[in-house]
Design a protein around this ligand. Sequence first.
Ligand code: BGC
Length: 751
Amino acid sequence: MKPLAKHSFIILLYLTLSSTMTMAQHKTISQKVDSLLNLMTLEEKVGQMNQYNGFWDVTGPVPEEGNAAIKYEHLKKGWVGSMLNVTGVENVRKLQKLVVEESRLGIPLIFGFDVIHGYKTVAPIPLAEAASWDMEAIENSARIAADEASAVGINWTFAPMVDISRDPRWGRVMEGAGEDTYLGAQIAQARVKGFQGDNLSAENTIVACAKHFAAYGFAEAGKDYNTADIGTSTLYNAVLPPFQAAVDANVRTVMNGFNVLNGVPVTGSAFLQRDILKEKWGFDGFVISDWASIGELVPHGFAKDLKQAAELGANAGSDMDMESSAYVLHLVNNVKEGKVSEEKIDDAVRRILTVKYELGLFDDPYKYCNEKREKERLYHEDHQAGVLDMAKKSIVLLKNEGNLLPIKKNQSKIAVIGELANDNNSPLGSWRLGSDNHTAISVLDGLKKYSNNITYAKGPKVFNPDASFLNHVQVNETDTSGMEEAIAVAKQSDVVVLVLGEHGFQSGEGRSRAQLGLPGLQLNLLKEVYKVNKNVVLILMNGRPLTIEWEAENIPAILETWQLGSQTGNAIAQVVFGEYNPSGKLPMTFPRSVGQIPIYYNHNSTGRPNAQPNVFWSHYSDEKNDPLFPFGHGLSYTTFAYSNLTIDSNNPEYVSVEVTVTNTGDRTGEEVVQLYIHDKVASVVRPVKELKGFKKISLAPKSSQKVQFTLTNKELGFFNNAYEFVVEPGEFGIMVGTSSQTGLHGNFIKN
Ligand code: BGC
């Protein structure tokens, strides 16, 4: 068999693959794909639709039995189109060689990995990056991740996650862009561009994947993998636009998800994957299932067994099966029995092969296996600079009473308190599977570069030190040792920097929380310290909005620093000591209490929005309606004033909105100027506010700038319940300001 296999491979190369041959030169990718498809057996086609997880130490001996041996045999037969979680040039090269040289047609594998916020060099978690509202920085961060990942053989990332979520109990909010669709759509595009670049076949760009299609972020009660049950208006206007934006930016793959949406598991939804994604939007890349989500059609009660799951998944338009073996085991028979048409198989395989061609894998299957790049690109100093820039931009100044921040270098006696302050692992966040543990710069190390006057006290133990991606973090609730020392250190200091929050592994997949306060004894520690020293700067590290009402009321200065990745300590130190003026704005509402969730700024009005002397209006008896910190909130070390809002709606094509922003403080600062609209009467009730524009500007002290926005039909329209985009005449409200809560108001009539 072997010589024949080689022989066919060479013929195939001649016919379809080589870009240097005259005959093939003029062939477009689609012609090449068609010729290759013609040569493939049904088994080989289905093989392309199969993705396996990495399974044995590929540099070790060949597996002889068990699951690994089966996968190995399937690879040799050409029954595997892709591998995930195989990294490193040596490993990737070995598997690629096996498939290219041993399988009949030698179709190269595509190697996927969760490169979510960096590979070795770790960027801030995506939610933190979203707080920058800085598309250039976000694109650059994805660029860095692609540069490193492509140097270890990876050519496909399962990112960006573009799921909108209004529920901070859901652990995966750390992986997305927050609650807003407009901001989320822009970030989706920036990330896709960053990963894919302008030329997918370059050796330092990788295929992106918009996930999880769709509505995974609406898991009921914030519990991961749970059902989503949302109305069509929310689906069309809140959930789908970031996916469509990613498709418009030419994202080459889309991942479906684990959730049921309105009774149908999204992995088995032809409505989503065929009707909307592929037909309405014209997406011509391929859809990958989520991990075993085709197999999970069985426990969902949607398919009776794995064979039917394969049938339903393929018919619904899930092109590649991630690790459920449903396709490789059953799809051929499903086709033979007439349950799945061969046209559908061809369509899926055509999409997969197209992306492989675009990556240049047919020209050189080993193009991502460059040992020199592997040595040079990982942890590159330019990447460190890039993620430091991103980290600074991601920090949000929530509160700064009496201008406690910034702290003057070496002029104050500083206490630094909290286990997280001295942690160089947790700040790497949750999805940092490619990186090395303990490679972040801790806050303490960062601060020490600016001051010799620091005393550190750990305070009570918070987390188990060996916390990992696979298990829940253990939290100490009882052992108070360390408290006394922390109080003593706080007493003797001019200012106390407390670093508190969640462990990096407390958010992310499978990490929903029902309580959103500071874990363990951290709030007790904060209260004890505050009793002896009121000059407290609270540095929060967390992967989601927390309920911090006591903290927000009492503590004078609060910085939201999320999990900032490799350069955490340097970024925070630059902000704490005033070398960098913070400009981040919250991409997600901070609730006062868990009972308010879901709480988000762009909600609809009820029929009873206003307070009444009796109980019959929309409110709680035991909680306020407003959030603790609204979407879009974030302060600076300077202050900004807004004036002269003008709206010009005379042109039928667009509305022009202008505002003057003045830096009224005494240092240069950046402001994210936000524009919100309210379509006051419409055939489908519109939210009380919707972000439809933002601009990040830098202003010197006492200087002003006019900021102009143009609203076209694209911003003023919406999707009706028949999924048609409509623009309706009538009155619109406008707000331009510094957050979703504060700004100048105006109105205009759209004819
Ligand atoms: C997650 C995906 C991820 C995949 C592969 C799944 O559990 O939901 O987002 O890409 O695993 O690791």
